[in-house]
Design a binder for this molecule. Structure first.
Ligand SMILES: [Ca+2]
Length: 315
């Protein structure tokens, strides 16, 4: 368990670990293109993918009206474009198997599809390391261009970040809904949802903070919390949320409070209360989040994490 939890720590050190090791300033190889437009993406694959129809998939669908005490700050329904987001075009960290490609970020019928594919491509090792690496999988990752913080909201002291997500099943799949900003972890990180596709019964939530770049003061062995979903989490959409206030991070699953990280219990929660974070949606493949027993042959050739909407509220 200890090893496992330390690996989770690594999983979240996605920017600063690399950044610290590289003195050369390299702009992240990210795409500002509209990922809907496959013709202009620099994808290495020309395969036409049939996206699964999720219009009849059920699940909790919280409405803005369901939260009358909250003021909507921003909403993404994935109906039109992805101009509010930046898609990655590189590898990542944590010994993950995938290269993120913008063409794996697709909008259709009001849904965001983060697509995982088994395909051999080459690309930058990560956004801060232009060394060319060969990857056996591709997937998708986007981050909001806007950053959000509770303390600095006008007339607000709490921030609520919500997303409605249909998770996939399959060995080695690692979708996540989280927020952070560089330099990690000095602005904190909130992992609203991280999920392993080989265990459809649970997901995990976590937070990180450290006053020094690259050095978390939080102990993931203490902070990582597993949420039991009460059934197969992949059969319908679920709403994942955090309410971020000065002394608490309240984690919600389908509108039910399932965990609270308190300043009193954990410390460090209030240290990044006034910081700004980008909302991130991604699906990693393999890497340190999984045990050494993960057999790449068992990873699906194709899988999708589907997101219906993302919302930010203040109170
Ligand atoms: Ca939608």
């Amino acid at each position: 368990m200890k090893t496992f939890l330390l690996l989770i720590l690594c999983s979240c050190c996605i920017v600063s670990c690399s950044d610290t090791d590289n003195t050369t300033s390299v702009e992240p190889e990210v795409s500002m293109e509209d990922p809907m437009n496959d013709e202009e993406s620099n994808d290495d694959s020309s395969d036409v993918t049939i996206l699964p129809d999720v219009s009849n998939v059920g699940g909790v669908d919280q409405q803005v009206e369901d939260l009358p005490d909250w003021d909507l700050v921003w909403e993404e329904q994935f109906d039109t474009n992805l101009t509010a987001w930046t898609a990655w075009d590189s590898g990542a960290f944590n010994n993950e198997f995938q290269k993120y490609t913008p063409s794996n970020v697709v909008l259709e019928n009001g849904y965001l599809y983060l697509q995982e594919k088994r395909e051999t491509v080459t690309g930058f090792t990560n956004p801060f390391d232009p060394t060319i690496e060969t990857f056996e999988f591709t997937s998708g990752r986007i981050e909001t261009n806007e950053t959000y913080s509770p303390e600095n909201l006008e007339e607000g002291t709490k921030l609520r970040m919500s997303a409605r997500i249909l998770l996939p099943e399959g060995d080695g799949l690692w979708p996540a809904f989280w927020s952070f900003s560089d330099p990690w972890p000095t602005n904190g990180e909130i992992d609203v949802m991280e999920y392993r596709g080989n265990n459809t019964q649970q997901y995990s939530t976590n937070f990180f903070y450290g006053s020094t770049e690259g050095q978390p003061d939080t102990d993931p062995g203490q902070t990582t919390t597993f949420i039991n979903s009460g059934g197969n989490i992949t059969t319908e959409f679920h709403v994942f949320e955090v309410i971020w206030s000065e002394n608490e991070l309240e984690i919600f699953f389908d509108s039910e409070l399932v965990h609270t990280f308190t300043e009193a219990e954990w410390g460090l929660v209030d240290d990044f209360y006034n910081r700004f974070q980008r909302i991130t949606l991604n699906m990693a493949v393999g890497g340190d989040f999984f045990s050494d027993n993960l057999n790449p042959d068992n990873i699906p050739d194709e899988a999708f994490t589907v997101v219906d909407w993302v919302r930010v509220y203040k109170q």
